[in-house]
Design a protein around this ligand. Structure first.
Ligand SMILES: Nc1ncnc2c1ncn2[C@@H]1O[C@H](COP(=O)(O)OP(=O)(O)O)[C@@H](O)[C@H]1O
Ligand SMILES: [Mg+2]
Length: 412
């Protein structure tokens, strides 16, 4: 993955060092300039994917930095003085795409940077993972109740660009709410799927209806009329409201639905729930990525191992498999090391136990990545979304080397 080049614009040495360290640790290439005028000049000669600017020095020049590059708008993340709400609002009104308070944690900076890059469609992917059109992503857990739907919904919202609160009424905010990629979330937990509940949408149509509409299954536009739009830009194909409709979604119908809708989306996320049948097996077989959710308990780990063994023996797979450990209980009875030993694999992300916020976000139908975008659980969910599009989560060797060689990581 070529890491995204980021331009730091900061006069203060302390902030400059802090940003450089945090961005390096997250695997980004960066260059640093002291003033907004330098930033504009730098962006004209060499575009960056994002500007991170010291707010007080840059407030009058945010607009010029956003539009300096000839190759399109560059999002600007402004660092504002901590606890200064008025300054924060002023920066947003001056055109900043997002604001972070000074004294930020690395994870918060990383999260906001990634959200802006995803929203601007500037996330670079690796050669293998790729975010090719119609990428199919299967969320599955051999045990129910471990957070499969929660993670599928939050990842899908992030990929659709809805992971941070969209600022209201700020100058130049016109495209702030536009989805970064076209994402469809299919609820294939056909008996009692709750994706619509997690998103607080009231679908007029669902997959049960689409699966019996021959014309719509053959016509992308008609098929799209069976989808429900979420405020994040995410499209949803809801589960049937009655469990008996399960039977209507035959394997043949599912294949036709995917084939017809796939070209309209960059990613199709499928919540398969916890049942293996001909339909979920077909999705697993076709998927570019598998996200297997488990919780740190021996039975869940064993079931996951059995699943992986079964799939590798029976199904021709092409997917990247990611294991996500979700702490749905407060006490961690197994250590990460034990989990890795039992699974003989390293989980891609661990989602920490999030007591009230998680339940509340489900009850209210607003995904956690929108209500608490800077929480540790949202950060872990971002790692899941990053893994889906093939972004390296850990600091890349390329970035380290590039920095040592000073390709992009030199101060000017
Ligand atoms: N990290 C977490 N911390 C606390 N509660 C969680 C966490 N992840 C999920 N939950 C809760 O666990 C319950 C089951 O989640 P759900 O996504 O419906 O699981 P599944 O789809 O696997 O059946 C929900 O009430 C959800 O709020
Ligand atoms: Mg579920």
């Amino acid at each position: 993955m070529p890491p995204n080049p980021i331009l730091i614009c900061a006069r203060s040495d302390a902030l400059r060092t802090q940003l450089e360290t945090a961005l390096s640790a997250a695997g980004y290439q960066w260059a640093t300039v002291p003033t907004p005028a330098d930033a504009v000049a730098a962006l004209r000669s060499r575009p960056a994917d994002l500007v991170v600017a010291e707010g007080l020095a840059a407030s009058g020049a945010i607009g010029s930095m956003r539009t300096a590059s000839e190759s399109g708008t560059t999002p600007v993340l402004v660092v504002a003085p901590a606890r200064d709400v008025e300054a924060r609002i002023a920066f947003l009104e001056a055109g900043a795409d997002d604001v972070i308070a000074s004294g930020f944690a690395h994870s918060e900076l990383e999260g906001r940077v990634m959200a802006l890059l995803i929203r601007a469609g500037k996330v670079r992917t690796d050669e293998n993972g790729g975010s090719a059109a119609g990428q199919l992503v299967a969320f599955f857990s051999p045990k129910g109740g471990v957070g499969t739907t929660t993670l599928a919904v939050n990842s899908a919202v992030l990929l659709a660009g809805g992971g941070t609160p969209i600022r209201q009424g700020a100058a130049g905010s016109g495209n702030g709410a536009l989805p970064a990629s076209r994402v469809l979330l299919i609820d294939l937990d056909l008996q009692f799927g709750q994706v619509a509940t997690h998103l607080n949408v009231a679908p007029r149509f669902d997959i049960g209806g689409l699966a019996t509409d021959d014309q719509a299954m053959a016509d992308p536009e008609l098929a799209r009329s069976h989808l429900t739009m979420h405020s994040s830009g995410l499209a949803v194909l809801a589960a049937p409201t009655s469990p008996e409709a399960d039977q209507r979604v035959t394997l043949d119908a599912l294949q036709r639905i995917i084939e017809t809708l796939q070209p309209s989306f960059d990613q199709i996320i499928v919540d398969l729930g916890s049942r293996l049948d001909s339909r979920s097996l077909w999705i697993l077989e076709q998927a570019d990525s598998h996200i297997f959710v488990l919780f740190p308990e021996i039975a869940s780990l064993r079931a996951t191992s059995q699943l992986i063994a079964y799939l590798s023996e029976t199904t021709p797979l092409r997917a990247h498999t990611h294991l996500i450990v979700n702490h749905i209980f407060p006490k961690a009875l197994l250590k990460t090391r034990d989990i890795e030993n039992l699974l003989r694999a390293k989980p891609t992300a661990e989602v920490p136990y999030t007591e009230v916020e998680m339940i509340r976000s489900v009850n209210e139908g607003v995904p956690l990545v929108m209500t608490h975008p800077t929480s540790p659980a949202a950060a872990a969910m971002r790692r899941v979304a990053q893994a889906i599009i093939g972004v390296e989560v850990e600091r890349s060797a390329t970035a380290r080397k590039a920095q040592r060689r000073g390709i992009f990581g030199r101060r000017r």
